[in-house]
Design a protein around this ligand. Structure first.
Ligand SMILES: [Mg+2]
Length: 381
């Protein structure tokens, strides 16, 4: 089998409600994704997605398109999509990092491979060890009373694991927000995600004050580069520490483990560069007794489905809800992924590959740009 052509769709979808992350990351009212469709000479096609979020990610919608169009597609077109590790190493030889651009191609190759073998992707990772995964929800930064209202809405819908975004207001306000939520809802799992909004001293001070409030885990309190700081926080407070922005590559994972800087890896398939790379992070986590939280960017159903296949087959998963809710936050899902959500649980797709289809009309509604290219047209160099 050979890859004959690729299509790129730049898609911008509004969020249902504005979402405020930390003061470092800012607010979002729409999300951008780059959808990649890869065609083969056997008529099987695969789909993949990249989910940039500037300034969370250094890649943007435009840089991902540019990278695929000019650098990755010439390496990949003509290759056998079943040779996934071969394609990974070709891409790594040709282009440094650019993990989201490579990740979209990697997802599409897995989709093709699954369809060719007539198996869901999770079968390639040893099969599913759970029948469903409960969904978490997350609420953005807002004043204390509004935070409680947002949590109430999610709680009333039935969510039992709720992430509270922090790091936007003063630390004492964040403590008040978390305390109010805990006092109102004694039984939910509370995740506190700071999105790099604090320094080490603030993290330790706030961490000690919120530790008695039974915090499920604390994610990325300090800037992504401060692994020593994370290790210091982890030693100083009795709350499990999760790494998100600090964890991109396998090298990051090794350093985090060496420094003793985390209890939990926050896995995002697009951020981490596709299914192959995310799976390697999950494996090294398991070898080092680190649990995984299947997290997401503000992403569409293709990346969510890729993440689902990994979550279903991952032994070292946390026992609470996971971030398989992202399309519910958006004005529309451009794929059929959300049809697998029932009663706030995500169930495995039954069809081969990623097991989902694209919704052409929805894609056209939110399409910003589209590029078509093959071995013979001008976009290919
Ligand atoms: Mg996070």
């Amino acid at each position: 089998m050979k890859i004959t052509s690729m299509e790129i769709f730049e898609i911008v979808v509004p969020l249902k409600d504005k979402y405020t992350l930390s003061k470092v990351i800012g607010s979002k009212s729409s999300t951008e994704c780059v959808l990649v469709k890869i065609d083969t000479d056997e008529g099987i096609y695969g789909i993949g997605e990249a989910d940039p979020h500037v300034p969370f990610t250094e890649e943007s919608m435009e840089s991902i398109t540019y990278c695929i169009l000019n650098y990755l597609s010439p390496l990949v077109i003509g290759q056998d999509p079943e040779n996934i590790e071969g394609i990974n190493s070709l891409m790594d030889q040709g282009v440094k990092l650019n993990l989201m651009a490579k990740g979209a191609i990697n997802m599409a190759c897995y989709d093709i491979l699954g369809k060719k073998r007539n198996i869901p992707i999770y079968e390639m990772f040893g099969g599913k060890i759970r029948d469903f995964i409960p969904l978490a929800w997350s609420v953005g930064n807002s004043p204390p009373e509004q935070t409680v209202k947002d949590v109430q809405k999610a709680h009333d819908e039935g969510f039992k694991t709720i992430m509270i975004k922090t790091g936007h207001f003063a630390p004492h306000t964040d403590i008040e927000r978390i305390r109010l939520v805990r006092n109102t809802y004694p039984n939910i799992k509370i995740i506190v995600d700071v999105n790099q909004g604090w320094d080490v001293e603030t993290s330790i001070e706030v961490g000690r004050k919120i530790a008695p409030l039974d915090i499920y885990f604390l994610e990325q309190p300090v800037p992504y580069w401060d692994i020593e700081g994370l290790a210091k926080i982890k030693k100083s407070i009795p709350i499990p520490i999760s790494v998100d922005e600090s964890l991109l590559t396998l090298h990051d994972a090794r350093r985090i483990i060496r420094e003793g800087a985390a209890d939990i890896f926050s896995i995002k398939v697009s951020k981490n560069g596709g299914i192959s790379r995310a799976q390697k992070l999950i494996k090294i986590a398991a070898e080092n007794e680190i649990k995984c939280w299947m997290n997401s960017m503000l992403e569409e159903g293709i990346t969510q489905a890729a993440s689902l296949h990994l979550g279903l087959s991952t032994p070292n998963l946390l026992d609470g809800g996971h971030a398989y809710f992202s399309p519910l936050r958006l004005a529309a899902d451009i794929s059929t992924y959300s049809e697998n959500i029932q009663d706030l649980k995500i169930y495995p797709p039954t069809r081969p590959g990623l097991g989902i289809d694209l919704k052409t009309e929805t894609i056209n509604r939110f399409l910003r740009n589209k590029y078509n290219f093959s071995a013979t047209n001008s976009a290919y160099r």
